[in-house]
Design a protein around this ligand. Structure first.
Ligand code: SF4
Ligand code: SF4
Length: 205
């Protein structure tokens, strides 16, 4: 039971006539609008005229549409380890692993889908990947007419890599033992010469 001494009674404040008509709030709002207008005019900062103009984005860490990277032989760099789908908090990555056709890795993704509508663009998949096969790109203007169209499959994710590789080159892979998944400019301790010669002629899926 609450004692009477613990109860704090708050009386409803009396509003003036102008407060009942929201006049102070309207004046405050107008002051804020005029302050920003003055700042923008003085500093010459204007709204970006999207889509004719696009903002310069941070290429290295902007979290936009995903891509699946290719290795130095044009193959999908993913080794189907499921680290990204395990780390994904939105459960929007679907991978089906298959036996790799190449001798330098055990598995590769026969299927690799990402539901771009379900994704929350947190970047956990990129952080989890041991071979830097999945990355988020500065592409932010992905559109689709259907929900199914916003589920990107492996070929579409590889196509995003082809479109963005010049703008954002692939990072070097971490040292993982997957020698054939790196880039030629790899500065890690596994030399590219470790890639078995037979893998060099393999076709990209
Ligand atoms: S960015 Fe986050 S939510 Fe999106 S696929 Fe990667 S881990 Fe999942
Ligand atoms: S973490 Fe990297 S290598 Fe592993 S399944 Fe995902 S994209 Fe492929």
């Amino acid at each position: 039971m609450i004692s009477e001494a613990d109860i704090i009674r708050i009386d409803q404040p009396e509003l003036t006539a102008s407060e009942r008509m929201y006049l102070p709030q309207i004046v405050d709002g107008m002051k804020t609008t005029l302050r920003h207008l003055g700042k923008n005019l003085l500093k010459n900062t204007f709204t970006v005229q999207y889509p004719e103009q696009k903002r310069d984005l941070r290429l290295q860490n902007y979290r936009g549409v995903h891509r699946l990277n290719r290795d130095e032989q044009g193959r999908v760099a993913c080794v189907a380890c499921y680290m990204c789908s395990t780390a994904c908090p939105a459960h929007c990555i679907h991978i089906e692993a298959a036996e790799s056709p190449w001798p330098d890795r055990e598995k590769y993704p026969a299927k690799f889908d990402i539901d771009e509508l379900r994704c929350i663009y947190c970047g956990m998949c990129e952080e989890a990947c041991p071979v830097d096969a999945i990355e988020l790109t500065p592409q932010f203007d992905l559109v689709g007419r259907t929900r199914e169209g916003m589920i990107l499959d492996k070929e579409e994710l590889l196509a995003v890599f082809d479109q963005t590789a010049a703008m954002k080159p692939r990072k070097n892979p971490h040292v993982t033992g997957y020698a054939g998944t790196g880039s030629r400019s790899c500065s890690c301790e596994i030399p590219i010469s470790h890639v078995p010669p037979s893998a060099a002629g393999a076709s990209a899926p």
